[in-house]
Design a protein around this ligand. Structure first.
Ligand code: SF4
Length: 337
């Protein structure tokens, strides 16, 4: 999957008085010029504080939202242009699993009915073979065969996530997009669901996009990690590189805020300072400049683009980009918000 220049805004409702006064239409800038690629069979972790746009990105990738600009290509096909049967076929190949599967499960349908419905609607199996497939799916996600006859409310949070995963797997997808899959679960249950996902990924050769704010989980699961801040990807690299030698000041601050038990991985970078700016009013230039301890004049004037690093990975920060004008990296004249 290749994402290029993806941008998404949401208009903000304005009062009648504001409209009458002719005030400007306001919009939340949820994604700005996002570039990303996901390789077949890998797990890409997408991480950032809440409100950084990671869930909006996930929803754009499965076309729950239509982006304002940019391109998403999957297997060479332009996803943003898909309509009708072609879009349904894409949605079968790329499945999303949500944080709360309970809200998307019909409370009056047994788990068996939910899975059979998925198999029938997408014509995955003829009716005579559906029962056997339901049993197969339950085994695959570690639920007992008796689960087929029970209603969603009879299951715990972790078991419901397993039902959600089974429903996604019923369509034999190539790619799973897991949006905050385990954030509502207890830590011990989180580990079980995450391990299940790892096992399934390897066994079924799935491509996984794992969207989460928990760095621990992302580190455990992902081959590569993309770090997002205020709707932009600021760093993307192999997991070992992001966690072992983070380059972007925001990644360094995120890691400093979640210290590792491993002394070798501790970072001396200061933890995050200040509040996350409103997505209605994103700072000019680098969106992180109002919280960045290394900001300099150029950061307010020019938005840093993702640049490849010599050691691999990419980073969007003027400390690593060629100087085009004005102040140079190292001129640490801190910019006021
Ligand atoms: Fe900090 Fe400037 Fe880099 Fe942004 S571009 S992260 S403000 S040094």
């Amino acid at each position: 999957m290749q994402v290029r220049g993806l941008t998404k805004t949401f208009p903000v409702a304005t009062s009648l008085l504001e409209r009458w006064r002719g005030g400007p239409r306001r919009a939340v800038q949820a994604l700005t010029d996002v570039h990303l690629s996901v390789r077949r069979g890998e797990t890409l972790g997408i991480v950032g504080e809440s409100g950084c746009g990671k869930s909006t990105l996930a929803r754009c990738l499965v076309r729950l939202y239509d982006p304002d600009e940019g391109s998403v290509r999957y297997g060479g096909e332009e996803v943003t242009a898909l309509r009708g049967a072609a879009l349904r076929a894409y949605n079968r190949r790329v499945q999303m699993i949500f944080q709360d599967p309970y809200s998307s499960l019909n409370p009056r349908m047994s788990v068996g009915q939910v899975l059979r419905e998925a198999l029938s609607v997408h014509r995955m199996r003829p009716p005579a073979e559906q029962e056997a497939r339901v049993q197969e799916l339950l085994t695959l996600v570690g639920l007992p065969q008796s689960a087929a006859g029970r209603l969603p409310h009879e299951f715990s949070g972790g078991q419901r996530q397993r039902i959600g995963i089974a429903r996604a797997l019923a369509l034999e997808p190539e790619c799973l997009i897991a949006d905050e899959l385990v954030s509502a679960l207890d830590v011990s249950v989180q580990a079980q669901v995450v391990n299940l996902l790892l096992e399934l990924q390897e066994r079924l050769d799935l491509t996984v996009l794992f969207v989460a704010h928990d760095l621990r989980l992302v580190q455990h699961l992902s081959h590569r990690v993309a770090v997002m801040y205020l709707g932009r990807v600021v760093e993307v690299a192999d997991t070992a590189q992001v966690f072992g030698a983070p380059r972007h000041p925001y990644t360094q601050a995120l890691l400093a805020a979640a210290p590792s038990l491993d002394p070798a991985r501790r970072t001396a970078a200061p933890a995050l300072q200040g509040e996350l700016p409103s997505p209605l009013n994103i700072p000019s230039g680098c969106a992180f400049r109002t919280r960045c301890p290394q900001a300099f004049a150029r950061c307010a004037e020019e938005r840093p683009a993702l640049q490849p690093l010599p050691e691999g990975g990419e980073v969007a920060c003027h400390l690593y980009s060629p100087v085009t004008s004005g102040a140079a990296p190292g001129q640490l004249d801190k910019v006021t918000p």
